[in-house]
Write a protein that binds this ligand. Structure first.
Ligand SMILES: Cc1ncc(COP(=O)(O)O)c(C=O)c1O
Length: 457
């Protein structure tokens, strides 16, 4: 398969060490077979997340040095303001320390108990921030999103019929705002088309409901639109982004993804009164509105990173790196969510290990084996993360898919690293039938995947 060379060369390196197999086995045992509990220095290739794990450019490091640490009105804030206004075009914005802080502030300002917030699929922090205010998140993505083999080019799209029916059922008073997540992380990093974004905006606005975009991976989404949606081939990614954000009334963004910084977020709105509330909430929780929980240098790195994240040579390489890894796996008979999303490859673990039942955690078994085989850390997105016990019936409900997510940090790993990952998974596949499941030895009631402990069966 063709692989375009990385559009950068390496100037600073961070050493990584491949520890021996007995050392990996000991590290696994000590971590209770939970990859979140491993020490990062015991990992050779870390694909746990693409959030805040990207490599900053020389321009970003230079921007850090220009950081103005004034408490109020720093030059760094005004440099960020120019970039935010130029790229997104909203009237008002505040920086936040990361995406969930923006979600928290938006929910605090708008959500009242028992109100609903629809989206294609809420990311888990958005979901939790809406619930924390007594609200109820609703996921109205198209049905194709739930079929891993379906090749629909925009599997992040909202189901417009479901959205209309939802609004007809609950009414504008019960829906303080509506959202859409681009790309849809919870559904495999799948993009939303411009056609769908227009339709979603029309439906929300016809009902008088403000429309917010969760823009964590907006640049990757815009590049997918350019590649896949008729009529956008010759538009620049910047133009596509402007067109997308012109449809919305505001956005939340984790800058740790497409703005390629290690920390940072944004909350943008057009409504002046809402902005006044946001500033008060921000001062309470994050900091003064010109720094919002960040150091001045972080604002400068974000301003530079926002432009770099839109560079089309970079985006072409970025999406191709993800699809290269997926194609190598698919060629070896390892199924992944189709089509390949922007930031991660999702291996369908229940098809690789059909002999391991969901209550013995097949995706956890595959994730542990990948670490054992190649010192590579992925992330289980299956029954460890999502199975839940119905307190009334005492019946466990299991998710439809058992996935191993391999999230690719931006500008961090090379093609050789991707080949190393693919080769390790291929070796595992050849002895897949010998893999066994796991049993939980400790699990907290909430968000158990972070701290659970296991033992092999
Ligand atoms: C789509 C989406 N929204 C929001 C967030 C939350 O951002 P943060 O981790 O910066 O709080 C994430 C993080 O992964 C995400 O993927």
């Amino acid at each position: 398969m063709h692989y375009s060379p990385e559009p950068f060369r390496i100037k600073i390196i961070e050493s990584i060490r491949l520890i021996s197999r007995p050392e990996r086995e000991a590290a696994l045992k000590e971590a209770g077979y939970n990859l979140f509990s491993l020490k990062a220095e015991d990992i050779f290739i870390d694909l746990l997340t693409d959030s805040g794990t990207g490599a900053m450019s020389q321009e970003q490091w230079a921007s850090l040095m220009r950081g103005d640490e004034s408490y109020a009105g720093a030059r760094s804030y005004y440099r960020l303001k120019i970039a935010v206004e130029d790229i997104f075009g909203f009237k008002y914005f505040v920086p936040t320390h990361q995406g969930r802080a923006a979600e928290n502030i938006l929910s605090a300002c708008l959500v009242k108990p028992n109100q609903w917030v629809p989206s294609n699929m809420h990311f888990d922090t958005t979901d939790a921030n809406i619930r924390a205010r007594g609200g109820r998140p609703a996921n109205l993505v198209i049905d194709e999103a739930h079929d891993p083999a379906n090749p629909h080019p925009f599997k992040g799209n909202m189901d417009i019929a479901k959205l209309k029916a939802f609004i007809a059922t609950y009414g504008r008073e019960q829906i303080p705002f509506g959202m859409i997540t681009v790309t849809n992380n919870a559904g495999g990093g799948q993009p939303v088309s411009m056609e769908n974004l227009r339709a979603v905006a029309d439906v929300y606005h016809a009902a008088g409901i403000p429309f917010f975009i969760d823009a964590a991976r907006y640049a990757e989404n815009c590049f997918f639109i350019k590649q896949r949606e008729p009529g956008f081939e010759s538009k620049s990614v910047n133009e596509i982004a402007r067109e997308m954000f012109a449809l919305a009334d505001g956005m939340c963004m984790s800058a740790k993804k497409d703005a390629i910084v290690n920390i940072g977020g944004l909350l943008c709105v057009n409504d002046e009164n809402l902005f006044a509330d946001i500033k008060n909430e921000l001062i309470l929780r994050e900091g003064f509105p010109t720094y919002g929980g960040l150091a001045g240098r972080d604002l400068d790195a974000m301003a530079t990173g926002l432009y770099e994240g839109l560079n089309e040579d970079y985006l072409a390489y970025r999406l191709q790196q993800t699809s290269y890894l997926a194609t190598r796996l698919n060629e070896a008979g390892l199924p992944t969510i189709q089509p390949t999303g922007g930031h991660a490859v999702y291996v369908v673990a229940n098809e690789v290990l059909p002999h391991i039942p969901n209550y013995e955690f097949p995706a956890q078994s595959l994730a542990v084996e990948l670490y054992r085989e190649g010192s590579i850390r992925g992330c289980e997105i299956g029954s460890v993360m999502f199975a839940c016990l119905d307190p009334e019936t005492s019946i466990w409900h299991y998710p439809k898919l058992e996935l191993l997510r391999l999230a690719i940090p931006r500008r961090t790993y090379t093609q050789t690293h991707m080949d190393f990952v693919a080769d390790a998974l291929c070796r595992i596949k050849s002895r897949a039938c010998s893999l066994r499941g796991y049993r939980l030895t400790y699990a907290p009631g909430l968000l158990r995947h972070f701290t659970a402990r296991f033992e092999p069966l």
